[in-house]
Design a protein around this ligand. Sequence first.
Ligand SMILES: [Zn+2]
Length: 580
Amino acid sequence: MKFLPNKVFGFLCVLCVLCGESLCFCLDREAFSITNYDLNLQIEPEQHRLGARGKITLRNDTATPQKIAVLQISSSLDWRSIRASDKMLQFVRQPYTSDIDHTGALSEAIVTLPQEVAPKSTVDLEIGYEGVILLDATRLTRIGTPEDVAKNSDWDRIDEDFTGVRGAGYVAWYPIATESANLSEGESLFEVLSRWKVRQSGSTIKIQFAVTGSYYPAMPQTLFDGLMCPVTSFESMGSIQHVVSDCVSQRLGFDTPTVLIADYQVVEQPELEVRYLQGHGAAANKFADSAKVAFPLVREWFGTARERAKIADLPYSDAGPYESGVLLLTPLSTSDPKLSGLAAAHQLTHASLLSFRPWIEEGLAHFAQALYLEQQKGRQSALDYMGFHRTALAQTEATTTALDSEQEKSRSLVNTVSEELYRSKAMCVWWMLRDMIGDAALQKAIAAYKPEDDKDPSYMQRLIAAQSTRDLQWFFDDWVYHDRGLPDFKVESAFAAKTPTNSFMLTITLDNLGTAGAEVPVSIKLAKGEITKRIEVRAKGKTTVRVETPASPQEIRVNDGSVPESNPGNNVFTVEPPKN
Ligand SMILES: [Zn+2]
């Protein structure tokens, strides 16, 4: 389960004065994880208000007993009470700057526990907090993001017509316990958030939502992680309605607990449901139709779905799409119908295949998009699509020549927290594996994957090895277990000679100047026609192959774009005509 880079946690020493004595203690904000949430949330959309009461369970994740716990919520919320076994606990409230919340800060409670909690032991706390959740993009605008871009990214809010609030990483609407994340420091937010998600992955969350407002006749529904929460009670007082619904998250793991309260209509299909807002029915139907095309392909590659993929509409036409597990939030009114098949392929893959390793979970969902495009429009279309990702990847990998062995490991696909790597690079890696071992073998390996058996990073390699006789240790070493950068192919030489039977023997020596090996397609243009060979060249290595061609070879072109490469500018070679 541990696949985060080693990181020295920052400890903050707080100087305080207590009973006339001054003492110094060090706060380890990540000492406790929260293993269980059982919350009652009162939401008044017209007032943008949220009030929470409930119980949480804290577990000491350190090797030493702990007497102080840190609990954090969004800075727009306030702590009201913290109790243990019916006794009020003393706590210090303070603001804490962190970009894990859209406001760029958290309301922190530094709680003195009734007694020390031993390592791995737990303590139950009853908590209360309340406040408002308004549109707020402070964390982005303060680092220079233009206001409209920032608001389209951080669109979360509780509002009269629509409530959409994503969890940690957007809005800390439930308590968390993390070190500060800083968007202006490289991957700090991803690292803090990934550590939190790993600690949270075995946790359970149960929430009762009570929504009060004047809605009649358009009663809103409450959705939690894309699932409709069943209504357990309903009261109407004049124009005011009070609706209570109970929700349980199906998969806390790497998903972000997300609350939606809106008047949704729904288009349902066996594999997917699309919830849309008023006036967006046509767009929702188009989405569902293009998703139908992707169903058989996703089933063929990733098996029968465990659950339905869930698409939910956003009312803000410029809002950036957002995905968490099987749920995709996107403004249907402006989403390009041409892209809905692609989006559906991605979400349907999540609904079929579950992995806590991002390079498998997200990498395969992006790979499914490339497969979908190939099926719809041919291989070139898939390669063009991957081309967008390759450009981002080449920039990310530009610095990798200077990586030391520790960095090679922390940036590897099995450890990385960088989206470019676990999305774009992983997609290319899956595509290369498929080109090397074939569809059937890779499909069987994927079908054999069971997240509960995925106990070490080489598990997937072993599943693939069981389906193919080919030795791929070098490939996994260069692409999956280490970040060795990218290959750089170059034809060192090529000679053609006429054979006695009037065909041609072409001898090609292919160089790989880069630091990662790969098998690359090489196409040979002939006086008439073209033939393609796949050639494996290890990092900093050369391979010489002889190819018999029916007509005179004229030009060699290395790499159709299926292998990410640091310098594709030296990939064409003109073959001299044979002397005789
Ligand atoms: Zn995804």
